[in-house]
Ligand binder design. Structure first.
Ligand code: N01
Length: 547
């Protein structure tokens, strides 16, 4: 019970004061807490889940794992941490990544700063005090000088709007809200809607358990083999000896990954050499496939050589030519929609207990208590899995009632798509930092590297302000406008606009079409952020010194 300023007794909790409120306790939130608390700041993180982990806490579907190799999809901030942690697989699975994040939380004493089962519901900037007033779903009321959003790029679930979905009487799961106790599909007739990265990972595992699996595919995706395997002691030792150089390579690359860069155009390479290069990278596995040539993302003709190679692989793997035809993408170049990385996906369609239904040719009309009806057939099911993705990049932030100067909401400000300066700050929203925010390299960079770069920049900025007694920092509209225009220009020089992807918000009905990721490359972006900080945070405006 608390007493309000008018003297009334209310059930509202008293307002607590912090220096920084962090939203989320995944990769980004954990590092933000670690880094900012180490500066001596009073930090509180709100996490809507019951524990740390972010996407790795929620996405527990069978087969969930990362499409970046674990040795670099990990924090670099602590020598001890990177030397003491061993990954069991080249691409570790969700339980191992989650236990890594739990270990980080324990090792650095981060849990004391985190309030779990508490989603931030509102954050309003109070112009009179230049502080944020924050409320959370557990009744917490907090005020803080800074809000650091680490709410995640792929954390707001996108539920499909399919007539009758609510009437389905069997078990209904979304890959991004998977039950902690797991799901046993043995003896069940299961349907999966969605063939993005989540569906592609789950489908082979579910097929091995279910009595029958029906896959409802709206858009075929280009799927690359992971070539996943156990890590070897030799590789582990090599990584640990060379970690500094590996991290350095990440820092200086376009994707924040330690890959050797391509030097040749696909079009200036002979057919035989080109094939050899694709074959070798296909065997290597994963996203390294795109290091084949320099022009795969800028020249349709070059990209078509890669498409032709993968098309052949699909035809060689899938026995039924009609099923193979349906699995071959026809509407977008390879790579410009996030290509799922998995093993056994195409071969899974050779199993007798798997049916592929093309719902572009015969769309789903409705879902009843026990079946999915398309325009051609109906499919009786015991369980239904939705692998329908996320309201990406902006969804998690817009789910919160965020208001900046003049009470203007972020939703209104982003009414025509996200606007941001560097993906770090939004004009009109002082002291709000967005880790891997829209229009930063985010999902097109290796996330832990991108997270560390952003959090370090934010921490340095806060130190800079504290040393000078500055109260607020805010992106100027001019700098923001220039950044948005620059980001758009970079995208227009690539093949990305040729796909209706979640990068553009195209998967969410009614969402404005705006490419939400900065494509100028992580290394160049990092250098620009550093130069801006050195230039007294050019493009940002500082508020009056505190009294
Ligand atoms: O989501 P998606 P995701 N009716 O949006 C279909 C990361 N991730 O969760 O393409 C029928 O890619 C939709 O069809 P269409 C990774 O960055 C990483 O799979 O819109 N179908 C599509 O097939 C990834 O890109 C990892 O025509 C509907 C699917 O559902 C991102 O998360 C693992 C539908 C959604 O695919 C998102 O992946 C998992 C409807 N109403 C995720 N609505 C790794 O690290 C949607 N679909 C490997």
């Amino acid at each position: 019970m608390a007493t309000s300023t008018s003297g009334e007794t209310t059930n509202a909790r008293p307002v607590e004061a912090y220096d920084v409120v962090v939203i989320g306790a995944g990769f980004a939130g954990l590092y933000a807490v670690q880094r900012l608390a180490r500066l001596g700041l009073k930090v509180l993180a709100f996490e809507k889940g019951g524990d740390v982990g972010g996407v790795w806490y929620w996405n527990r579907y069978p087969g969930a794992r990362c499409d970046c190799e674990s040795y670099y999809y990990s924090y670099s901030f602590s020598q001890e941490l990177q030397q003491e942690w061993d990954w069991s697989l080249r691409y570790s699975e969700q339980p191992e990544i989650l236990s890594y994040l739990g270990h980080v939380a324990d090792r650095f004493g981060l849990r004391d700063h985190i309030r779990f089962d508490a989603a931030v519901t509102r954050a309003h900037f109070d112009e009179a005090t230049s502080r944020w007033r924050i409320e959370a779903s557990d009744g917490s009321r907090v005020e803080a000088q800074f809000v650091v959003s680490a709410a995640g790029c792929l954390s707001q679930i996108q539920w499909p709007d399919i007539p009758g979905l609510h009437r389905f009487k069997g078990d209904l799961w979304h890959t991004a809200a998977w039950p902690h106790e797991g799901v046993d599909f043995s003896g069940k007739r299961v349907g999966v809607i969605g063939t993005g990265a989540s569906g592609v990972q789950a489908i082979p595992r579910i097929a091995r358990q279910a009595s029958h699996l029906t896959v409802f595919q709206r858009t075929a995706n280009w799927v690359l083999p992971a070539a996943n395997r156990a890590t070897s002691p030799e590789f582990d030792a090599w990584v640990k000896t060379n970690y500094d150089a590996i991290r350095e390579q990440c820092s200086n690359s376009a994707g924040a990954v330690p890959f050797d860069l391509p030097t040749r155009s696909a079009l200036e390479t002979s057919e035989a050499e080109r094939r050899a290069r694709y074959e070798s990278l296909w065997a290597t596995g994963g996203m390294r496939f795109f290091t084949a040539f320099t022009d795969l993302f800028t020249s349709l003709e070059a990209n078509e050589t890669a498409q032709a190679f993968v098309r052949e692989r699909i035809l060689a793997t899938v026995h039924d030519p009609e099923v193979a035809r349906r699995l071959i993408p026809f509407d977008h170049p390879i790579g410009v929609k996030r290509p799922p990385v998995d093993d056994d996906y195409y071969a899974t369609f050779n199993r007798d207990n798997v049916t592929l239904v093309d719902i572009r040719e015969a769309p789903i009309q409705e879902i009843t208590a026990d079946a999915v009806f398309t325009t051609e057939h109906h499919y009786e099911l015991d369980d239904l899995v939705l692998a329908t993705g996320f309201d990406a990049l902006t969804g998690a932030l817009l789910a919160i009632d965020i208001r900046g100067r003049g009470g203007v909401s972020l939703r209104e400000t982003w009414g025509e798509g996200p606007r941001s300066y560097l993906g770090l700050g939004v004009a009109g929203f002082p002291n709000l930092f967005t880790v891997t925010g829209p229009l930063s390299p985010s999902v097109l960079a290796n996330m832990p590297t991108a997270v560390e770069q952003h959090v370090d920049w934010i921490a340095d900025c806060i130190v800079h302000m504290r040393e000078r007694g500055l109260k607020t920092i805010e992106a100027t509209e001019a700098a923001e406008g220039e950044w948005v225009a620059h980001s758009d220009e970079v995208v227009s020089g690539t093949l990305y606009p040729r796909a209706g992807s979640w990068y553009f918000g195209a998967n969410v009905p009614g969402k404005p079409r705006k490419f939400g990721v900065y494509l100028g490359g992580f290394a160049a972006y990092r250098e620009r952020c550093e130069a801006i900080a050195k230039d007294d945070y050019a493009g940002f405006r500082f508020g009056a010194p505190a009294n």
